[in-house]
Design a protein around this ligand. Structure first.
Ligand code: ARG
Length: 459
């Protein structure tokens, strides 16, 4: 018979059991469910809602059940619907009536809310530490490439020279925001819902603070209806993970472009790339492509969650059982992507010469020669026009700006002098941009220092 079978004259149809059951995906929360139940049982004993002995027996048996699950000795049943009732059922099989007292003052509605929160707290911490590893790898690459000049792009057209260190540190900032978003979301996950009951709390004098302390929660939920209805934290997490995947997809896209022969700025390690079954010459950036593709799954989970929760009346509705597969898939996907992505970056070769060569073409120093004239008193717009003509001349004569002779320069402006060659060198274009946040070595060294401080601050 079902744990709730009392008011039913018939068993549920087999198809309903299969349809209704969530055990195939919520069994992964067995540990959280048991730890939550142990804390609940302990509190019931301390508040004399059940006897001390009963409380101890329940706690001890739950610990045994936990060990048995971990040793593969317990098989969950679809009939028992979900992880909560599967575990309660085993408990009752083992200790009879005492086991039946565990659910005093509790509902599966607050129980499932507790379990998901506990589960996601652990996952968020794990993802954050993966993000820190990624950041450490970025810092490492940045430190080795403070002088590696490459073109920065806008519209994917060569724009102005920057350094590879600066480019890596841009991703560092994006990942930093991802970590901060997760920290913020963690605060709202870290609230303990037990005591909300089915929706209206309970008449038993539960000590909710005690359970919260026992389980390491920062606070308790403040409204019983909200306590069982709220899945904002799940949506928030999916949203934070979607933004993170959006960042990884942009990074992946650059890795894919950079490893093409057209760019050839980087070469992925053989261990982190793949071949073609037909074209012997191919070395493909599959990891980056898969990460880019998997961003779609995570966005999909976010859409699922928003849509499941849309218009749901308070409090619990069975629709909410659909939250788990979506958030689990999002979390699993991110955890699958991050380590391999980080290793791929850490092992790639940076083709500094090719980056430099690319920065020499495409007139990436055009802004700097325009600024050169401005410093000699020409208004910026006029200077822009003069240099535009100079670029056109260079294109027609197949030259870079710094390949023009002094006579050619003078043809555009008499203000241009010998020092121009030094002033518009790629090195100078970069080193001159030493404002905070800029690509000059000193600015990037500063950014790296701040980045290290950020990582320290998380400990
Ligand atoms: N398996 C359910 C879920 O995941 C647990 C809560 C069920 N509560 C209920 N009243 N049916 O949402």
């Amino acid at each position: 018979m079902k744990l709730w079978g009392g008011r039913f004259a018939k068993n549920t149809d087999k198809s309903v059991d299969d349809f209704n059951s969530s055990i195939r995906f919520d069994s992964r929360m067995y540990k959280q469910d048991i730890l939550g139940s142990i804390a609940h049982a302990k509190m019931l004993g301390e508040c004399s809602i059940i006897s001390k002995d009963e409380s101890l027996l329940i706690q001890k048996t739950l610990k045994e059940i936990l060990a048995d699950i971990e040793n593969g000795l317990i098989e969950f049943e679809v009939d028992a619907e979900d992880i909560h009732m599967n575990i309660e059922k085993v408990l009752i099989e083992r200790i009879g009536d005492t086991g039946k007292k565990l659910h005093t003052g509790r509902s599966r509605n607050d129980q499932v809310a507790l379990d998901i929160r506990m589960y996601l707290k652990d996952e968020v911490l794990e993802i954050q530490s993966m993000l820190v590893s990624l950041q450490n790898t970025l810092l490492d690459i940045a430190e080795k490439n403070l002088d590696t000049i490459l073109p920065g792009y806008t519209h994917l057209q060569r724009a102005q020279p920057i350094t590879f260190a600066h480019h890596m540190m841009a991703y560092f900032q994006m990942i930093r925001r991802d970590i901060e978003r997760l920290c913020d979301c963690y605060k709202r996950i870290n609230v303990m819902p037990l005591g909300s009951g089915a929706l209206a709390g309970t008449t038993y004098p539960l000590n909710r603070e005690l359970v919260a302390n026992e389980l390491g929660f920062q606070a308790i939920t403040e409204n019983s209806l909200d306590g069982v209805s709220d899945r904002d934290f799940v949506v928030e997490l999916a949203s934070g993970l979607s933004i993170l995947m959006m960042h990884l997809s942009r990074f992946s896209e650059e890795i894919i472009l950079w490893s093409s022969h057209e760019f050839y700025f980087i070469e992925l390690d053989d261990a982190y790339s793949t071949g073609s079954s037909i074209m012997p010459q191919k070395k493909n950036p599959d990891i980056a492509e898969l990460v880019r593709g998997k961003s779609g799954r995570v966005y999909g989970s976010l859409m699922t969650l928003l849509t499941v929760m849309k218009s749901l009346p308070l409090a619990y509705n069975k629709d909410m059982q659909e939250d788990k597969e979506a958030i689990f898939d999002a979390v699993d996907t991110v955890k699958m992507c991050l380590p391999v992505f980080t290793q791929m970056l850490g092992t790639m070769k940076v083709r500094k010469e090719n980056m430099y060569k690319a920065a020499q073409g495409g007139f990436t120093n055009a802004t700097d020669i325009a600024d050169y004239l401005v410093k000699k008193g020409v208004p910026f717009r006029s200077s822009h026009e003069i240099i535009g003509k100079m670029v056109l001349y260079c294109i027609q004569n197949n030259k870079a700006i710094d390949e023009l002779s002094m006579d050619e320069f003078k043809g555009f402006s008499s203000l241009i002098e010998e020092d121009v060659y030094c002033e518009i060198s790629l090195e100078k274009c970069v080193s001159g941009r030493n404002i905070p946040g800029g690509p000059a070595k000193e600015s990037v060294v500063n950014a790296i220092e701040n980045g290290k401080k950020f990582i320290q601050s998380l400990k």
